[in-house]
Ligand binder design. Sequence first.
Ligand code: SF4
Ligand code: SF4
Length: 360
Amino acid sequence: MLSQIAQKHADACRFCWMCRHLCPVGLQTGKEANTPRAKGLQLSLTQRGSASFDANMAEGMYECLLCDACTNDCVTGFEPPLYIREARTQAMVEDIAPAPVVQVLDNIERTGNIYGEEKPTFPSKDNAEVLLYVGEVAACRVPQLAEAYMRLLDKAGISYMTLEQEPPSGAMLGDLIGFTQEVQDQGAACVKALDASGADTVIVLDSYDAAVMRQRWPEWGLSAKAQIITATAFLDQLVQEGKLKLRSLNQTATYHDDSRAARTLQEFEPPRALLAAAGIALSEMFLHRDLAKCCGSSLANAYMPQITLLTAQGRWHDALRTQAQLLVTTCPQSMELLGRAVPQDMELIDLYTLLERACE
Ligand code: SF4
Ligand code: SF4
């Protein structure tokens, strides 16, 4: 069932407890089956013929955010998401994936996004050199974040376009069914659309899309002609170049690094530089930067909302232990998830809306 490399990783994890304290799902549900070790042990047993891969086990493989906190902490270099993704492929092949997961797959196949909705479109100028790739979560659930970003581009004098029919990058489907040929075909179609736009630079709002574009596409032999840059890094450049001027807001905030920005892209400084430029004093959570605890993903939220409510509450618990009453993030998915559980006396805001307040 598993590839040789995934089997090696599962075997390594099966008796190891070293990263269990960092798993946001295991921490919040308290279920042993939700630790990286338990998932490795179960898959290892199936490979050895001592257990069968059934619907119950398949469900457990979906109770993971693919946040890579385990991978990041592993001193021996093992990666639970590697075998968890392959197990998801197997669950789909054997038709034993949980019904809510199959529903999300159906949504993607019908509409190209996890919500099964028509994706809204955004303003666009013809033949601009810069293309803003909005992504399905910002477009469908957090449009205010996308619109604030566009207004910042306007203020900085950047002419940009968006795609009327923005294809998926492969990020969601890859997390749902593993990196199959179908997912790579999605990536290839997205590259084609980006190339056809003629843009020199593609700004990506959602780190999940940026991560698949920057890390997975090259592994699949895909390469867009344009430079791909995250929205936060692009904005940081604009401030450094003096194209966007910010005044001090003189506030204190805590910052949530989302999993893909933190651990796949390792992008920590641009958001912090932007907060500093807007006069925001940071009160960091205990687990931040590459150790940041995941609050949930929009994909997981679409098929297991009870668990993602717990993981969002877990991250708010971290924020409540800082000196800040304001939590800032750049991630549309974190906005969707954390927005479900804002504690009394706390405020959640995306970085771009906050920076708009600081614009001179
Ligand atoms: S990822 Fe590393 S630390 Fe975590 S269970 Fe596997 S071997 Fe142990
Ligand atoms: S990827 Fe994240 S959610 Fe999944 S087992 Fe590892 S730490 Fe837990």
